[in-house]
Every structure is written in structure tokens, then in C-alpha cells.
Design a protein around this ligand. Structure first.
Ligand code: URA
Length: 244
């Protein structure tokens, strides 16, 4: 007998709804406690993303304040033990361009703001001198909101615990363009391991939003070559043009 694709699709949707109801009912450590916020959308509007276990809703209006409230005095992973404070994000809640880095360093941890150390100074220059914007016009955040000890790369469970908040920040800001800084941010948002020197400068997409991977400013500081600086400049110009 020939299978009916519509019938099969209905079956998949029905079982997804059951899974989603059960999962929401059970609660999850990974999902921010109050997300999605009221009014609760109909089941048809909920789109479960199995790779991140976060929930994006089509019609939801989410604010950065609500996301920050949900984060609260976060103890969801071990990074809370070593932090001075949470580094949530900085900038314009209606930014057209949103930057994503890896995680706070020492200065960021002390000041509670992303990208305010040496790499941050370079990023600020890139935004202000390279793109002709003020830092307060864009939005800047990180994969993890607490400083990893000794600035090590965040561990998978730390990334998983923080991921829903990054997704929610992006959902709240609704940028026209995302710029990822370095390999970890690009790999996370694209859902695949990327080689950043190859991936940079090529347009990709995160949930329908154009995404430009570029080099991390800390890498550019370490390898301060004309080529690296030119590449980042080119990537940022492309992001600027696309965002306008
Ligand atoms: N590096 C990052 O990835 N993020 C910061 O906030 C600072 C340095």
C-alpha cells in the first residue's frame, strides 16, 4: 500500500505534541523557569528544537528583562562557584546587530559587562572605528554568562545550561544580523563544528537570522596580522551592509 505523506506528517505532529506536553509538564533544568512567558501559545505555535532543548515560540514577545529575571541568581552549573557576578549582556535591546562571544574573562567578571578587557577594547574599536557605530547601538553577549576558571573553554554541560538564555536573548533582541566571534560561538549557533578560519566571511543562518562568523578579537590580538585584521574588517562590513 502506498503511504500517505500527509497522514504520516499528522502522526509525527501528534506524537511531537505528546512529547512536548510531557516535557513541559515535567519541567527541565535546562529550560529557563518562566520561559516561555504568558500568554502561553497554542501547541501549534511551539517549535521544539531537539538539539538545544529550548523552546522558541512564533508569536511570543520576550524582553531581555524577562530573560534576565529567569536567569536569576543562576546556580544551574558549576561556573556559579567561581564567578564574581553574572555577565548577562550589554547594549541596545533593539539592536540590528548582535555579537556573541564565548564567555566572560577576568575584567568582565569584575565589571559585570561583556567584552571590557583587552579583547573587548579591540571589539569596541572594531564596532566604533570599523563599523562607524557606537557600542551602545549593538547588543553584545556570550555563550556562557559566568567566567570559566582561568578563562578555559566552557564545558559542554556549562554551555547546555546557559544555551536557553542565549537563545532567549536573541529571540528578545530580534537582530537583523548575528555576528559570532570565534569558533565556539559559530559552532554552537550553527549546530556543527566549524573551522573558523574557513567559515568566517560566509553567510550562514541561525533560525532564519543571517549569521556572519568572524574571528574572535582575542585571536586577532594573538595573531595580529594584516590578513586577520583585514578579514575581520571585511566580515563586519558585510554584516553592516546586511543589517541596514
Ligand atoms: N571573550 C569573550 O568571549 N567574551 C567576553 O566577554 C570577553 C572576552
Amino acid at each position: 500500500m502506498k503511504s500517505d505523506p500527509l497522514h504520516e506528517l499528522r502522526g509525527v505532529l501528534a506524537s511531537s505534541k505528546v512529547w512536548l506536553r510531557e516535557w513541559i509538564g515535567e519541567g527541565s533544568d535546562v529550560l529557563p523557569r518562566h520561559l516561555p512567558t504568558a500568554p502561553r501559545p497554542s501547541d501549534d505555535e511551539l517549535v521544539p528544537d531537539r538539539t538545544t532543548r529550548s523552546i522558541v515560540t512564533a508569536a511570543e514577545t520576550l524582553t531581555l528583562e524577562a530573560v534576565r529575571d529567569d536567569l536569576g541568581d543562576c546556580q544551574r552549573c558549576g561556573l556559579c562557584a567561581g564567578r564574581t557576578q553574572i555577565v548577562f549582556g550589554d547594549g541596545n535591546p533593539d539592536a540590528k546587530i548582535l555579537f556573541v562571544g564565548e564567555g566572560p574573562g577576568e575584567q568582565e567578571d569584575l565589571r559585570g559587562l561583556p567584552f571590557v578587557g583587552r579583547a573587548g577594547e579591540l571589539l569596541t574599536q572594531m564596532i566604533e572605528k570599523g563599523m562607524g557605530l557606537s557600542r551602545s547601538e549593538v547588543y553584545i553577549c556570550n555563550i556562557v554568562k559566568c567566567r570559566p576558571p582561568g578563562n578555559r573553554t566552557p564545558l559542554p554541560d556549562e554551555v547546555a545550561a546557559c544555551r536557553p538564555f542565549l537563545d532567549a536573548q536573541i529571540q528578545a533582541v530580534k537582530p537583523r544580523v548575528i555576528v559570532t566571534l570565534g569558533r565556539p560561538a559559530a559552532s554552537l549557533l550553527l549546530g556543527e563544528e566549524v573551522a573558523i578560519t574557513r567559515a568566517r566571511g560566509t553567510w550562514r543562518e541561525y533560525r532564519g537570522i543571517p549569521l556572519m562568523p568572524t574571528l574572535h578579537p582575542a585571536y586577532v590580538l594573538r595573531k595580529y596580522t594584516a590578513e586577520n585584521r583585514r578579514n575581520v574588517w571585511t566580515d563586519l562590513q558585510a554584516a553592516l551592509t546586511r543589517a541596514r
